[in-house]
Design a protein around this ligand. Sequence first.
Ligand code: GDG
Length: 910
Amino acid sequence: MARLIIVSNRLPVSLHAKPDGTYALKQSIGGLATAIGPYHKSHNDCLWVGWSSIDPETRTKVEIDKIRDEFARRRCVPIFLTQREIDGYYAGYSNDTLWPLFHDFAHEAKFDSSTWKIYQEVNQKFADTVAQLVNPDDTVWIQDYHLLLLPAMLRANFPKLKIGWFLHIPFPSPEIFRQLPNGKDLLEGLMGADLLGFHTEDFCVNFLASVRALIGIEVDKDGRIPVGNGASQRFVTVDAFPIGIDYGLYRRNAHSSLAQAMRHGIEAVSGKRTRRVSTSLTAESQAAAEASDQEENWWSAHTGDELPEVELAQSAAAKRGTEDNKVVVSVDRLDYTKGLPERLRAFDLMLSRYPEWVGHVTYYLLATPTREDVETYRKLKDQVDQLVGEINGKYSLLSWEPIHYITRSLPIKPVCGIYTAGDVALVTPLRDGMNLVAKEYLAARDGRDGALVLSDECGAARELTDAFIVNPYDTEAVCEALHSALEISSSEAKRRNAAMQARLKYRTAGLWSAEFLSTLRQVSDPRMADRRLQSAQRDHLVREWGQSKHKLVLCDYDGTLTQIVRTPGRAKPTHRLLDLLREVGSIPDVDLYLVSGRTRETMNEWFGCLPIGLIAEHGAWHTKPIAGETAKNADGRTITPKRYWRRADGLPDPDEWRPIIETIMNKSVSRVPQSFIEYKSTDLAWHYRMSDQKLALEQRERLVDELNKVCPQYGLTVMRNAKVIEVCPANVSKGEAVKPLLGSGRYDFVLALGDDTTDETMFTAVSGCAPAKDQDDVLGAFEADNAGAAKVGVAQSSATVGTTMSESDAAKPAKKPAEPEVAWTIKVGAGETNAHSRIATPTDTARLLGYLVAESEAVAAGTALDDKPQTKPRNKNKKASKAKTPTKMKASTKVKAAAKAKSASKATSK
Ligand code: GDG
C-alpha cells in the first residue's frame, strides 16, 4: 500500500531520558508538529523521518538501537547527526546563511563553502535514509529550507515517486536570492519535486522569478515548470498553501481552567480586576506632588511641573476607574526576524505620546529563547533586555510596570492564558512566512473582542485583512496602530474578529495538509494536471462568491460529490455530506441544485429533505429548492417535506421506444456478467461498473453502435458516462435543464461542478449563457487583482449569466452590469473537458463547498475577503486603519435570521 513519508529537519517528538535508564518521547509544540502531527498520528502507514537531536558520539551502539526502537513505536525514523554536521548543516548553512537571506536580512547571512559542503552531505544522508525505506509508489513530503537539495537527490533514484516540498519561511526576491553563491544548485535541487508549496502567492512569484533568472525556465499557464526534454520531461508545479492552525485546540485551551486562572492573574496585576493598582496610583501621585512641595527634600529643587514622576503618577491616576486598563500581549521566539526591538520602541513612543496610558496598559512580552549559542541571537537578547529595562525604568510607578518580560518557554495553556488576557496582540515581525501567533490569538479569543496589530511583512497579513495592518519598521505607524487598537470599541473589535475567525475556523492546519497532499496527487497524475484549479483561482472564486448577491450552484452527484462505487445504490450520501449540502442550501442568497442522472425517486429519498433544488434523470424532472425542515414525527423519523416535481416538456413516449432499447441492452446484459439495466421513467441505462472491464468495454462499443442506429428515429440519444451507457430523450440534457435558471437573470454568480460527459452540456450552457465579458478583460482584471496568479499564467474565464433581453432592452445601448457577473465551471477528475478548471476528487468538491460556506459566514459576520491587506501609507500614519462598513448584527444571528427568512419565503412560494 502506498504510504506517506514526511521528512523534516526535526522529528515531531523529542526524546527524554528517564532516571531508570528508559526513554520517553514528548510531542513537540510548534507549527509543523501541530499541522501535520494529526495526519501522522491517525495514519498507520505514515512515517516521519527527521533529526533526532541526539549526538550519536555520546551514546553506545546499544543505546542508539534502543533509541531507534523507541522512535519506531511512534512511526518516526531518527537521523543522527554528529557535532560537525550540526555545526555545518544546521547552525551553519541553514541558520547562518539561508534563514537570514530568505528573511531579507542579507547583511546577516554568512557564505562559507565549508558549511555548504556539509549541507550537501547531510541532505544526502537524509536521502540515503529515505531511500532505504521508500517504495516507488509512496509519497514523500519534504519540509522547509533545511532540505532544499533532497527532492533531486531522491528523484535521481526514484523517477516515479510522488515528491512534495513546502517552505515554511518566505522566499526572497530574485535580487536577494541571486546573492547566494549556490542559488542555482538549490533551485535545481527543488526541481526534483512534483509540487513546491509556499505560504503566499508573493513567495511563489519570487520563486518563479528566480527560476527564470537562474535556470532560464518559464512556468506554464497551469503553474508548472517543465523540466527535461522528450520522453523524460516532467513538470514541477508551484502553488500557494497558506498554513492554518488547529483552531479548536487553541479555542479549547483558552477555556481551560489553567488558562482562565492565568488570565485572571494577568488582569489583577494589570489593575483590571481589583482597585489595587488604581488606588496605589492615586496615592503615588499625591505622594509625588507632596514631596515636590516639601523643603529639604531633594525633589524640592524642582518645581512640580519639572518632575517626570509627578507627571507620570498624576496622569496615571487621572484616568478614571480600572475598567479602562488594558493588556497588550505578544508571543515570539526571540529571533531577529520577529521585530522585538522595533516593537518595543513603538511601545515606548506610545507611552510618551499618549501618557494617559501610563499606569493603565501592561505589556506581557513572552520571548521564548531560541538558538542561544549563536552570537547574533545572544546580541539580540541583550538588546531586548536592555530596551525592556529602559522602558520599565522610564515609566514604572511603584505599583505598576509597563512590561512583564518572560524569557522562557511556557506550556500551551499558559500561552492561551496570555492570549485570552490580551486586549491587544502586537504581532509585528519584520519578515515571516506566515506567523501562527496572530491566528492563535484570534482562535483563543473566539467569539470575543481583542484587537490584532499585524505586520504587513508576514504571510498572515494576506488573510487577516481586518487586523490593524502596519509596516513593522515604521515606529510611528506601530505606535498609532497600537493606540487605535487600545481605543477600539468592544463591538467593533468583535465585528472585525468574527470575519477573520470564520475563515480561520475552516482554514485549519488539517485543511492545509489535506489540500497539499491532494494537490500533490493531482499534479502527479498526468491525466489531471492540466487546468488545475490553482489556489489563486480558488481564492478569486471565493472572493467573487463573497461579493455577489445571488448565487447559483449546479452540482452533479455521482463522481462529483461522492466516489463512483461498484453498486449505484451504495453511493448513498453520508451524514457529513448531507450536512454540507444543507449548509450550502441554507445560505440566504444561494440556490443549490443537484443535477443528476439518478431517478427522481432516489433523489427524493436521499435529498428530499434538504433546502436545495433537484434535477433528476439528466433534466427530465426538476423540483425547486424547498424549506429544509427536518422535523421528526412521533416515531422519531424525519418528515420529508412534500416536493412538487415537474417533467420536462415534449419528451418522446417511453411506451414506444422502451421495449426496443431494452431488447438491445438485454443482449449486453447476457454477454457481460454482473452488468444490469437501470430503469428510469424517461431513460434506460446499462451499468457495467461491477463487471470485468475488458469484456465490458468491448461490448460497450458494440452496444453503442447498435443503439446509435436505432435511437435517432425515436428522438433519443446515447450517452457514455462513467461505467454506464444511457439512452435518453435527445432533447433532455443537464445543459437544457439548467438553461431556465441561467436565463432567469436572478444570479450574478454561477458555479457548476461535474465529472462526466453529461455534465459537459451543463458546462457549455453555463459558459455560453451570455456573450458577456471579453476573455482578455477578465484575465486583465484578474491579473491586476492578483499579481501572483498573473505571473503563473492563470486564465479564468468568466461570463455574464443569462439575462433575458426584451426587444426594448435590445434597442438601448448595452449597460455595464452593476454587479460582478461570473460563471465558474469545474470538472472533477480526469478526462477531456470544456470546464475552465479541474479538481481531482469528490473530496476536493466538498472542500471547495466548505470554503464557500466559511466565506458566507465571514461576509455575514463582517467584510468580504479582500486579497489586499489594509496597508497604510508608510511614514505617514497618524491614525491606524479603520475597518470597513460595520455590520450591526452578530454573524451567527444574521446568518440564522436570514436562513429563517429564506426558509419562510421558500415555504410560501411552494
Ligand atoms: C515558522 C515560520 C510559519 C512560541 N513560544 C511558545 C510557543 N510558541 C509557539 C507559538 C506558535 C509557534 O511557536 C511560533 O510560530 P510562528 O509562526 O510564529 O513562527 P516560527 O516558529 O518562526 O515558524 C513561520 C511557521 O513556521 C509555520 O509554517 O508561520 O512564518 O517562521 O505556534 O504559539 N508555544 C508554547 N510556549 C511558548 O513559550 N507552548
